[in-house]
Design a protein around this ligand. Structure first.
Ligand code: UD1
Ligand code: MG
Length: 425
């Protein structure tokens, strides 16, 4: 056809080949940069190890991210090769005009998606270098999505959603969310980036969960590729395969015992990649299904994130050197001094046995002050430790990653058989 809607599997096959190369390049390059990063001050101390003097290179996500971008840069012409080869120009005096239609809208989406990931990688690295404040972490991903939202507006501007059966009596068959839809997409980027960052603190967890999400979404795209949204799925796979390859290489070094830390750079870069493919692939709701553990962790964390409950700088599990195991980390508080809402949440959580509260033996109530209590930090990692007791760090990572896999399976069950209850699919 002349309109550029020609389809072949070749670009995807080339993408696979590029991704395999990207895996080996990342694997090769990371060790070489460890010393350079430590030299430059990009290092952290692994808090769950006996030796607290070993420097572990931090922000290594910038390497996997850079290899990802380079792979994408080389890949840019390939999906458009068919169009490029058939493009001929007619000369009118000084002007030359393309005769065969080139899919400019697809091309712009592609370039903008790369721009957004690139921006986020840069902002993430800035965060690792400068240790930005909490509110900047919300602000940065919003800024980085603006170009994408602009392209979305120009290209499709579809802000209409199909209403699920139970709600159709109220809203009708479909609902145009208008500007709200853009707010939702902006928030998706903020959520994806930060949700991965706060489910962190043990070796291999950040990269591991991101890898499982990416593989799950890639499987979802492969299933859907024969359907009506083929272009969107293929587009998403172009990004996900190199992402999976570079992240897998990073995970090799981040796995227990970590030789490198991924840094906030990686969390931002990952979250943005997911947000970009979800927005341009029009599957934001399905994307969120693959974030179930992150959503649970976020909801559980809300009291601490919004300062309704004391939140220490680090909420990662506490290391027990004698047993070489990790256990729940805790925070101290006095119930009467909590924010009223925080106190309410505290009582609800205690009732639901979501938290473990103890009274430290060494503190006696004085005349003026009630004694302080101690309870675990509100993270999914600590919740797992509350349920199963102290365990070895690697075991804990594996357990949490298995939970991520189970949730992905659940996501497929909800997406396929489950969706029939709410939509006609
Ligand atoms: C987030 C979490 C914080 C958690 C931290 C761990 C919230 C609001 N913030 O903060 O509670 O403690 O991630 O990454 O939930 N580290 C290890 N082992 C690891 C990974 C990291 O000891 O496997 C330590 C290292 O000292 C490393 C540091 O964590 O330098 C990195 O923390 P950073 O990513 O800067 O913390 P935040 O993302 O701000
Ligand atoms: Mg972090």
């Amino acid at each position: 056809s002349e309109d550029g809607s020609h389809f072949t599997w070749w670009p995807l096959i080339w993408n696979c080949i590029f991704s395999i190369c990207a895996f080996f390049v990342t694997s090769k390059v990371i060790p070489g940069f460890v010393a350079i990063f430590i030299q430059a001050g990009f290092f952290g101390i692994d808090m769950s190890k006996k030796d607290q003097t070993v420097k572990v290179a931090e922000a290594m996500g910038v390497i996997s991210g850079a290899v990802f971008l380079i792979t994408m840069f080389f890949f840019i012409p390939i999906p458009f090769a068919w169009n490029l080869a058939r493009m001929s120009f007619v000369q009118h005096g000084n002007q030359s005009t393309a005769v065969v239609a080139f899919p400019h809208h697809e091309f712009v989406e592609f370039i903008t998606a790369i721009l957004c990931v690139c921006t986020m990688l840069f902002l993430g690295f800035a965060d690792d270098a400068l240790n930005l404040r909490w509110r900047d972490k919300l602000f940065l991903p919003t800024i980085a999505t603006l170009p994408l939202l602009m392209v979305y507006y120009v290209n499709s501007n579809s802000t209409t959603i199909i209403v699920p059966y139970p709600l159709r009596a109220i809203f009708g068959f479909s609902l145009n969310l208008g500007a709200l839809y853009y707010v939702f997409m902006g928030m998706l980027a903020v959520f994806c980036t930060n949700a991965i960052n706060i489910l962190a603190g043990i070796n291999g967890l950040e990269a591991g969960q991101s890898l499982i999400i990416a593989i799950s979404v890639a499987i979802f795209n492969l299933v859907e590729v024969s359907g009506a949204y083929r272009e969107a799925c293929v587009f998403s796979l172009y990004f996900l395969l190199p992402y999976i390859a570079t992240t897998a290489a990073l995970l090799r070094y981040n796995w227990y015992p970590s030789r490198v830390f991924v840094g906030d750079t990686f969390c931002y870069f990952s979250g943005m990649t997911f947000a970009v493919v979800a927005i341009l692939g029009h599957f934001s709701k399905t994307m969120l299904l693959f974030f179930i553990p992150q959503i649970l962790n976020f909801i559980y964390s809300i009291p601490q994130l919004f300062k309704l409950f004391p939140c220490p700088r680090h909420r990662l599990p506490r290391y027990l050197p004698e047993q070489d195991q990790v256990t729940m980390s805790t925070t101290k508080f006095r119930p009467q001094q909590l924010h009223p809402l925080g106190r309410l949440i505290y009582h609800i959580f205690k009732r639901l046995r979501l938290i473990h509260v103890t009274k430290p033996a060494d503190n006696v109530a004085s005349a003026q002050q009630e004694p302080f209590l101690e309870c675990n930090n509100f993270t999914l990692i600590n919740l797992v430790l509350k349920i199963y007791g102290p365990m070895h760090e690697q075991r804990l990572t594996i357990l949490l990653l298995l939970f991520q896999v189970v949730c992905s399976t659940l996501a497929f069950l909800i997406r396929y058989p489950g969706a029939k209850l709410f939509y006609d699919v």
